[in-house]
Design a protein around this ligand. Structure first.
Ligand code: HEM
Length: 395
Protein backbone atom coordinates (compact mmCIF):
# COMPACT_ATOMS: atom_id res chain seq x y z
CA UNK A 1 0.00 0.00 0.00
CA UNK A 2 1.30 3.46 -0.69
CA UNK A 3 1.13 6.04 2.09
CA UNK A 4 0.89 9.70 1.15
CA UNK A 5 2.32 12.19 3.59
CA UNK A 6 1.66 15.86 3.90
CA UNK A 7 3.91 17.90 1.67
CA UNK A 8 6.57 20.12 3.11
CA UNK A 9 6.60 18.82 6.69
CA UNK A 10 10.26 18.78 7.65
CA UNK A 11 11.13 15.83 9.83
CA UNK A 12 14.85 16.14 9.14
CA UNK A 13 16.84 15.95 12.32
CA UNK A 14 13.98 15.26 14.44
CA UNK A 15 11.64 12.24 15.08
CA UNK A 16 11.62 9.66 17.83
CA UNK A 17 13.89 6.70 17.46
CA UNK A 18 12.51 4.26 14.95
CA UNK A 19 11.34 0.92 16.23
CA UNK A 20 12.45 -1.12 13.27
CA UNK A 21 15.75 -2.80 13.91
CA UNK A 22 18.60 -1.31 11.90
CA UNK A 23 20.20 -4.27 10.19
CA UNK A 24 23.05 -2.19 8.85
CA UNK A 25 21.47 -1.77 5.45
CA UNK A 26 20.26 1.66 6.45
CA UNK A 27 21.76 4.50 8.45
CA UNK A 28 20.78 5.44 11.98
CA UNK A 29 17.05 5.52 12.47
CA UNK A 30 16.92 8.15 15.20
CA UNK A 31 14.75 11.20 14.42
CA UNK A 32 14.20 12.91 17.72
CA UNK A 33 11.50 15.51 17.96
CA UNK A 34 9.20 14.77 15.02
CA UNK A 35 5.45 14.75 15.59
CA UNK A 36 4.46 11.36 16.86
CA UNK A 37 1.41 10.97 14.61
CA UNK A 38 2.14 9.20 11.42
CA UNK A 39 5.64 8.12 12.31
CA UNK A 40 4.72 4.58 13.22
CA UNK A 41 2.71 4.31 10.03
CA UNK A 42 5.73 5.39 8.04
CA UNK A 43 7.83 2.35 8.81
CA UNK A 44 8.86 0.70 5.58
CA UNK A 45 7.92 -2.95 5.47
CA UNK A 46 10.27 -5.36 7.25
CA UNK A 47 10.97 -7.10 3.95
CA UNK A 48 12.04 -3.78 2.44
CA UNK A 49 14.26 -3.08 5.42
CA UNK A 50 15.85 -6.52 5.37
CA UNK A 51 16.92 -6.68 1.80
CA UNK A 52 17.39 -3.26 0.22
CA UNK A 53 20.90 -1.91 0.57
CA UNK A 54 20.99 1.69 -0.64
CA UNK A 55 24.51 2.36 0.62
CA UNK A 56 25.99 -0.69 -1.10
CA UNK A 57 24.19 0.19 -4.34
CA UNK A 58 25.41 3.81 -4.03
CA UNK A 59 29.00 2.71 -3.46
CA UNK A 60 28.89 0.51 -6.53
CA UNK A 61 27.59 3.46 -8.57
CA UNK A 62 30.35 5.75 -7.26
CA UNK A 63 32.91 3.12 -8.33
CA UNK A 64 31.38 3.02 -11.83
CA UNK A 65 31.53 6.83 -11.91
CA UNK A 66 35.26 6.59 -11.14
CA UNK A 67 35.70 4.23 -14.08
CA UNK A 68 33.83 6.67 -16.34
CA UNK A 69 36.19 9.50 -15.33
CA UNK A 70 39.12 7.22 -16.26
CA UNK A 71 37.35 6.51 -19.54
CA UNK A 72 36.97 10.23 -20.29
CA UNK A 73 40.70 10.72 -19.66
CA UNK A 74 41.68 7.81 -21.90
CA UNK A 75 39.22 9.08 -24.53
CA UNK A 76 40.90 12.48 -24.42
CA UNK A 77 44.36 10.92 -24.85
CA UNK A 78 43.03 8.77 -27.69
CA UNK A 79 41.80 11.85 -29.53
CA UNK A 80 44.81 14.04 -28.79
CA UNK A 81 47.26 11.37 -29.96
CA UNK A 82 45.18 10.87 -33.13
CA UNK A 83 44.71 7.23 -32.20
CA UNK A 84 40.94 7.02 -32.57
CA UNK A 85 40.80 5.55 -36.08
CA UNK A 86 43.43 2.85 -35.58
CA UNK A 87 40.85 0.06 -35.11
CA UNK A 88 38.65 0.01 -38.17
CA UNK A 89 36.12 -2.62 -37.12
CA UNK A 90 33.53 -2.91 -34.39
CA UNK A 91 33.53 -6.33 -32.75
CA UNK A 92 31.97 -5.91 -29.32
CA UNK A 93 32.85 -9.46 -28.18
CA UNK A 94 35.86 -10.76 -30.10
CA UNK A 95 37.49 -7.32 -30.28
CA UNK A 96 38.68 -7.85 -26.70
CA UNK A 97 41.52 -9.98 -28.09
CA UNK A 98 44.25 -7.75 -29.55
CA UNK A 99 46.51 -8.92 -32.38
CA UNK A 100 48.94 -11.42 -30.87
CA UNK A 101 51.11 -12.67 -33.72
CA UNK A 102 53.17 -10.74 -36.25
CA UNK A 103 50.74 -11.81 -38.97
CA UNK A 104 47.75 -10.52 -37.01
CA UNK A 105 49.48 -7.17 -36.45
CA UNK A 106 50.24 -6.90 -40.15
CA UNK A 107 46.60 -7.67 -40.99
CA UNK A 108 45.39 -5.00 -38.54
CA UNK A 109 47.88 -2.50 -39.97
CA UNK A 110 46.70 -3.40 -43.47
CA UNK A 111 43.13 -2.52 -42.44
CA UNK A 112 44.34 0.85 -41.20
CA UNK A 113 46.22 1.45 -44.46
CA UNK A 114 42.89 1.35 -46.30
CA UNK A 115 41.44 4.44 -44.62
CA UNK A 116 42.04 8.04 -45.76
CA UNK A 117 43.77 9.05 -42.51
CA UNK A 118 46.63 6.67 -43.28
CA UNK A 119 47.28 7.65 -46.85
CA UNK A 120 46.84 11.38 -46.39
CA UNK A 121 48.29 11.96 -42.90
CA UNK A 122 50.28 8.90 -41.78
CA UNK A 123 51.84 7.49 -44.94
CA UNK A 124 55.23 7.20 -43.24
CA UNK A 125 53.89 5.30 -40.25
CA UNK A 126 55.79 2.15 -39.26
CA UNK A 127 54.28 -0.91 -37.58
CA UNK A 128 55.77 0.31 -34.28
CA UNK A 129 54.05 3.68 -34.75
CA UNK A 130 50.80 1.90 -35.54
CA UNK A 131 51.08 -0.21 -32.38
CA UNK A 132 51.39 3.00 -30.33
CA UNK A 133 48.16 4.52 -31.67
CA UNK A 134 46.43 1.13 -31.56
CA UNK A 135 47.22 0.96 -27.83
CA UNK A 136 45.12 4.00 -26.85
CA UNK A 137 42.09 3.09 -28.95
CA UNK A 138 42.28 -0.51 -27.73
CA UNK A 139 42.54 0.61 -24.09
CA UNK A 140 39.58 2.93 -24.61
CA UNK A 141 37.47 0.09 -26.01
CA UNK A 142 38.55 -2.40 -23.33
CA UNK A 143 37.67 0.11 -20.65
CA UNK A 144 34.26 0.52 -22.30
CA UNK A 145 33.64 -3.21 -21.94
CA UNK A 146 34.93 -3.20 -18.36
CA UNK A 147 32.50 -0.40 -17.49
CA UNK A 148 29.66 -2.29 -19.18
CA UNK A 149 30.39 -5.37 -17.08
CA UNK A 150 31.06 -3.36 -13.92
CA UNK A 151 27.58 -1.92 -14.34
CA UNK A 152 25.62 -4.93 -15.59
CA UNK A 153 26.93 -7.72 -13.34
CA UNK A 154 26.45 -6.00 -9.96
CA UNK A 155 23.07 -4.76 -11.23
CA UNK A 156 21.98 -8.35 -11.79
CA UNK A 157 23.38 -9.35 -8.42
CA UNK A 158 21.71 -6.52 -6.48
CA UNK A 159 18.49 -7.15 -8.39
CA UNK A 160 18.50 -10.88 -7.59
CA UNK A 161 19.14 -10.15 -3.92
CA UNK A 162 16.32 -7.58 -3.86
CA UNK A 163 18.85 -5.01 -2.69
CA UNK A 164 17.66 -2.20 -4.95
CA UNK A 165 15.26 0.17 -3.19
CA UNK A 166 11.81 0.71 -4.68
CA UNK A 167 11.70 3.09 -7.61
CA UNK A 168 15.36 2.80 -8.61
CA UNK A 169 15.22 -0.14 -11.01
CA UNK A 170 13.88 1.84 -14.00
CA UNK A 171 16.57 4.47 -13.49
CA UNK A 172 19.33 1.88 -13.33
CA UNK A 173 17.98 0.15 -16.42
CA UNK A 174 17.85 3.49 -18.26
CA UNK A 175 21.50 4.14 -17.32
CA UNK A 176 22.42 0.66 -18.54
CA UNK A 177 20.64 1.30 -21.84
CA UNK A 178 22.40 4.64 -22.21
CA UNK A 179 25.73 2.88 -21.63
CA UNK A 180 24.94 0.41 -24.43
CA UNK A 181 23.89 3.29 -26.67
CA UNK A 182 27.17 5.04 -25.87
CA UNK A 183 29.12 2.09 -27.30
CA UNK A 184 27.08 2.33 -30.49
CA UNK A 185 27.56 6.12 -30.62
CA UNK A 186 31.31 5.54 -30.26
CA UNK A 187 31.29 3.30 -33.30
CA UNK A 188 29.01 5.75 -35.21
CA UNK A 189 31.63 8.41 -34.47
CA UNK A 190 34.59 6.26 -35.58
CA UNK A 191 32.72 5.19 -38.73
CA UNK A 192 32.45 8.87 -39.76
CA UNK A 193 36.23 8.98 -40.10
CA UNK A 194 36.79 5.79 -42.06
CA UNK A 195 35.60 6.57 -45.56
CA UNK A 196 36.01 10.11 -46.87
CA UNK A 197 37.34 12.18 -44.00
CA UNK A 198 40.71 12.00 -42.24
CA UNK A 199 39.14 12.60 -38.85
CA UNK A 200 35.82 11.95 -37.14
CA UNK A 201 32.79 14.23 -37.34
CA UNK A 202 33.06 16.89 -34.63
CA UNK A 203 29.29 16.69 -34.12
CA UNK A 204 29.47 12.95 -33.48
CA UNK A 205 32.44 13.46 -31.19
CA UNK A 206 30.41 15.99 -29.22
CA UNK A 207 27.44 13.59 -28.99
CA UNK A 208 29.83 10.86 -27.78
CA UNK A 209 31.47 13.02 -25.09
CA UNK A 210 28.21 14.57 -23.92
CA UNK A 211 26.47 11.20 -23.65
CA UNK A 212 29.37 9.95 -21.52
CA UNK A 213 29.13 12.99 -19.27
CA UNK A 214 25.34 12.75 -19.07
CA UNK A 215 25.65 9.12 -17.93
CA UNK A 216 28.28 10.20 -15.39
CA UNK A 217 25.99 12.88 -13.97
CA UNK A 218 23.03 10.46 -13.91
CA UNK A 219 25.02 7.83 -12.03
CA UNK A 220 26.32 10.33 -9.48
CA UNK A 221 22.84 11.82 -8.97
CA UNK A 222 21.35 8.36 -8.45
CA UNK A 223 24.13 7.39 -6.03
CA UNK A 224 23.52 10.57 -4.04
CA UNK A 225 19.79 9.84 -3.89
CA UNK A 226 20.62 6.39 -2.54
CA UNK A 227 23.04 7.79 0.04
CA UNK A 228 20.31 10.18 1.19
CA UNK A 229 17.96 7.21 1.45
CA UNK A 230 20.57 5.32 3.45
CA UNK A 231 20.88 8.18 5.91
CA UNK A 232 17.16 8.78 6.13
CA UNK A 233 14.93 5.99 4.94
CA UNK A 234 12.15 8.49 4.28
CA UNK A 235 14.23 10.69 2.00
CA UNK A 236 12.64 11.40 -1.35
CA UNK A 237 14.76 11.52 -4.50
CA UNK A 238 16.12 15.04 -4.99
CA UNK A 239 14.40 17.40 -7.41
CA UNK A 240 16.23 19.50 -9.95
CA UNK A 241 15.72 23.08 -8.79
CA UNK A 242 15.70 25.99 -11.23
CA UNK A 243 19.12 27.19 -10.12
CA UNK A 244 20.57 23.69 -10.12
CA UNK A 245 19.16 23.00 -13.59
CA UNK A 246 20.41 26.37 -14.88
CA UNK A 247 23.94 25.69 -13.66
CA UNK A 248 24.00 22.13 -15.02
CA UNK A 249 22.53 23.14 -18.39
CA UNK A 250 25.06 25.99 -18.70
CA UNK A 251 27.83 23.54 -17.86
CA UNK A 252 26.59 21.14 -20.54
CA UNK A 253 26.48 23.94 -23.11
CA UNK A 254 30.07 24.75 -22.21
CA UNK A 255 31.01 21.05 -22.43
CA UNK A 256 29.34 20.92 -25.85
CA UNK A 257 31.42 23.82 -27.13
CA UNK A 258 34.52 22.28 -25.56
CA UNK A 259 33.88 19.08 -27.50
CA UNK A 260 33.26 21.07 -30.71
CA UNK A 261 36.46 23.07 -30.11
CA UNK A 262 38.35 19.81 -29.72
CA UNK A 263 36.63 18.07 -32.64
CA UNK A 264 37.27 20.96 -35.03
CA UNK A 265 40.88 21.35 -33.81
CA UNK A 266 39.77 24.90 -33.09
CA UNK A 267 42.12 25.11 -30.12
CA UNK A 268 44.96 25.54 -32.58
CA UNK A 269 43.22 28.46 -34.31
CA UNK A 270 44.34 31.23 -31.92
CA UNK A 271 46.92 30.55 -29.21
CA UNK A 272 46.41 33.84 -27.40
CA UNK A 273 44.19 35.06 -24.58
CA UNK A 274 42.16 37.18 -23.94
CA UNK A 275 42.48 38.48 -27.52
CA UNK A 276 42.22 36.20 -30.52
CA UNK A 277 45.33 37.39 -32.31
CA UNK A 278 45.05 41.15 -31.92
CA UNK A 279 41.28 41.47 -31.72
CA UNK A 280 38.47 40.26 -29.48
CA UNK A 281 36.99 38.63 -32.55
CA UNK A 282 39.29 38.44 -35.58
CA UNK A 283 38.15 40.66 -38.43
CA UNK A 284 38.00 38.92 -41.78
CA UNK A 285 37.02 35.55 -40.32
CA UNK A 286 35.44 33.59 -43.18
CA UNK A 287 31.77 33.15 -42.38
CA UNK A 288 29.44 30.33 -43.40
CA UNK A 289 25.87 30.43 -44.58
CA UNK A 290 23.39 29.93 -43.12
CA UNK A 291 24.64 31.99 -40.15
CA UNK A 292 23.65 29.28 -37.65
CA UNK A 293 26.21 26.93 -39.23
CA UNK A 294 28.97 29.14 -37.80
CA UNK A 295 27.90 28.27 -34.27
CA UNK A 296 28.63 24.58 -34.80
CA UNK A 297 31.03 24.36 -37.72
CA UNK A 298 33.18 27.49 -37.84
CA UNK A 299 36.33 26.88 -35.74
CA UNK A 300 36.89 30.55 -34.97
CA UNK A 301 33.30 31.13 -33.83
CA UNK A 302 33.26 27.88 -31.85
CA UNK A 303 36.50 28.79 -30.07
CA UNK A 304 35.16 32.29 -29.39
CA UNK A 305 31.97 30.89 -27.83
CA UNK A 306 33.89 28.33 -25.76
CA UNK A 307 36.38 30.83 -24.39
CA UNK A 308 33.72 33.36 -23.31
CA UNK A 309 30.68 31.27 -22.46
CA UNK A 310 32.97 29.72 -19.81
CA UNK A 311 32.36 32.78 -17.65
CA UNK A 312 28.57 32.53 -17.99
CA UNK A 313 28.73 28.87 -16.97
CA UNK A 314 31.19 29.70 -14.17
CA UNK A 315 28.91 32.46 -12.86
CA UNK A 316 25.93 30.12 -12.65
CA UNK A 317 28.01 27.33 -11.15
CA UNK A 318 29.43 29.61 -8.45
CA UNK A 319 25.94 30.94 -7.69
CA UNK A 320 24.59 27.39 -7.32
CA UNK A 321 27.67 26.41 -5.29
CA UNK A 322 27.21 29.34 -2.91
CA UNK A 323 23.55 28.37 -2.44
CA UNK A 324 24.59 24.74 -1.84
CA UNK A 325 27.12 25.88 0.77
CA UNK A 326 24.26 27.75 2.45
CA UNK A 327 22.32 24.46 2.48
CA UNK A 328 25.19 22.76 4.27
CA UNK A 329 26.95 21.15 1.30
CA UNK A 330 30.30 22.72 2.10
CA UNK A 331 32.46 20.14 0.40
CA UNK A 332 30.54 20.01 -2.88
CA UNK A 333 30.06 23.78 -2.98
CA UNK A 334 33.68 24.71 -2.38
CA UNK A 335 34.81 21.99 -4.74
CA UNK A 336 32.68 23.46 -7.53
CA UNK A 337 34.24 26.88 -6.95
CA UNK A 338 37.77 25.46 -6.85
CA UNK A 339 37.30 23.23 -9.90
CA UNK A 340 35.69 25.93 -12.00
CA UNK A 341 38.65 28.25 -11.36
CA UNK A 342 41.09 25.43 -12.18
CA UNK A 343 39.06 24.58 -15.30
CA UNK A 344 39.24 28.11 -16.68
CA UNK A 345 42.97 28.28 -15.85
CA UNK A 346 43.57 24.96 -17.63
CA UNK A 347 41.50 26.12 -20.62
CA UNK A 348 43.60 29.25 -20.99
CA UNK A 349 46.79 27.20 -20.52
CA UNK A 350 45.58 24.73 -23.16
CA UNK A 351 45.17 27.60 -25.62
CA UNK A 352 48.45 29.33 -24.79
CA UNK A 353 50.40 26.07 -25.01
CA UNK A 354 49.07 25.37 -28.51
CA UNK A 355 47.06 22.40 -27.12
CA UNK A 356 49.87 20.60 -25.32
CA UNK A 357 48.59 17.07 -24.73
CA UNK A 358 49.08 16.84 -20.96
CA UNK A 359 47.42 20.21 -20.35
CA UNK A 360 44.53 19.45 -22.72
CA UNK A 361 43.98 16.07 -21.02
CA UNK A 362 44.00 17.75 -17.60
CA UNK A 363 41.42 20.24 -18.92
CA UNK A 364 39.17 17.38 -20.04
CA UNK A 365 39.66 15.36 -16.83
CA UNK A 366 38.94 18.39 -14.67
CA UNK A 367 35.75 19.00 -16.67
CA UNK A 368 34.50 15.56 -15.61
CA UNK A 369 35.39 16.25 -11.96
CA UNK A 370 33.68 19.64 -12.15
CA UNK A 371 30.56 17.96 -13.49
CA UNK A 372 30.57 15.52 -10.56
CA UNK A 373 30.93 18.35 -8.03
CA UNK A 374 28.26 20.43 -9.80
CA UNK A 375 25.91 17.44 -9.80
CA UNK A 376 26.47 17.02 -6.06
CA UNK A 377 25.82 20.72 -5.44
CA UNK A 378 22.65 20.70 -7.59
CA UNK A 379 21.54 17.53 -5.83
CA UNK A 380 21.93 19.23 -2.46
CA UNK A 381 19.81 22.15 -3.64
CA UNK A 382 17.11 19.72 -4.73
CA UNK A 383 17.03 17.95 -1.39
CA UNK A 384 16.28 21.08 0.59
CA UNK A 385 16.58 20.79 4.35
CA UNK A 386 15.53 17.30 5.26
CA UNK A 387 12.64 17.12 2.80
CA UNK A 388 10.99 13.76 3.14
CA UNK A 389 9.12 11.47 0.87
CA UNK A 390 5.56 12.42 0.25
CA UNK A 391 4.93 8.94 -0.91
CA UNK A 392 6.56 5.88 0.55
CA UNK A 393 6.00 2.21 0.37
CA UNK A 394 4.67 0.48 3.42
CA UNK A 395 3.33 -2.99 3.52
C1 HEM B 1 33.73 25.98 -17.27
C2 HEM B 1 34.73 26.11 -18.12
C3 HEM B 1 35.15 25.11 -19.15
C4 HEM B 1 34.73 23.82 -19.37
C5 HEM B 1 33.70 23.02 -18.59
C6 HEM B 1 35.48 23.32 -20.50
C7 HEM B 1 35.34 22.05 -21.03
C8 HEM B 1 36.01 21.58 -22.14
C9 HEM B 1 35.86 20.28 -22.71
C10 HEM B 1 34.94 19.19 -22.16
C11 HEM B 1 36.66 20.19 -23.79
C12 HEM B 1 36.79 19.00 -24.72
C13 HEM B 1 38.03 18.28 -24.45
C14 HEM B 1 38.23 17.14 -25.40
O1 HEM B 1 37.32 16.64 -26.04
O2 HEM B 1 39.38 16.71 -25.46
C15 HEM B 1 37.33 21.44 -23.91
C16 HEM B 1 38.24 21.73 -24.89
C17 HEM B 1 38.94 22.91 -24.96
N1 HEM B 1 38.80 23.99 -24.13
FE1 HEM B 1 37.57 24.16 -22.55
N2 HEM B 1 36.31 24.30 -20.94
C18 HEM B 1 36.14 25.40 -20.16
C19 HEM B 1 36.80 26.62 -20.28
C20 HEM B 1 37.73 26.91 -21.23
C21 HEM B 1 38.39 28.17 -21.38
C22 HEM B 1 38.15 29.42 -20.50
C23 HEM B 1 39.26 28.06 -22.41
C24 HEM B 1 40.20 29.06 -23.01
C25 HEM B 1 40.11 30.34 -22.85
C26 HEM B 1 39.13 26.72 -22.93
C27 HEM B 1 39.85 26.21 -23.99
C28 HEM B 1 39.68 24.97 -24.54
C29 HEM B 1 40.41 24.48 -25.69
C30 HEM B 1 41.48 25.23 -26.46
C31 HEM B 1 39.94 23.19 -25.96
C32 HEM B 1 40.39 22.23 -27.07
C33 HEM B 1 41.46 21.34 -26.52
C34 HEM B 1 41.71 20.14 -27.38
O3 HEM B 1 41.80 20.25 -28.60
O4 HEM B 1 41.84 19.09 -26.79
N3 HEM B 1 38.20 26.05 -22.19
N4 HEM B 1 36.91 22.29 -22.89
Amino acid sequence: MVMHMRHGRDLGGGAPAGKVQDDGAFGPLSRAGAPSYGWAMLQPSPAFMMTTRPRAVARWLFAVAGLIVAMVVVGGITRLTNSGLSITEWKPITGIIPPLTEAQWQAEFANYKRIPEYWTVNRDMTLAGFKAIFFWEYLHRVLGRVIGLAFALPLIWFWARKAIPAGYKPRLLALLALGGLQGAIGWWMVASGLVERTDVSHIRLAVHLLTALFILAGIVWTALDLMALYRNRLAAPARLTRLGAGAIVALFVQLLFGALTAGLDAGYAFSSWPLMGDAWFPAGTPMMTPAIANVFDNPVVVQFIHRWFAFVAAGLLVWAAARAIGHGALRAGWLVILLVVVQIGLGIATLLSGVQIDIAVAHQANAALLLIAATAAAHRLGRGHGRIANSIMVS
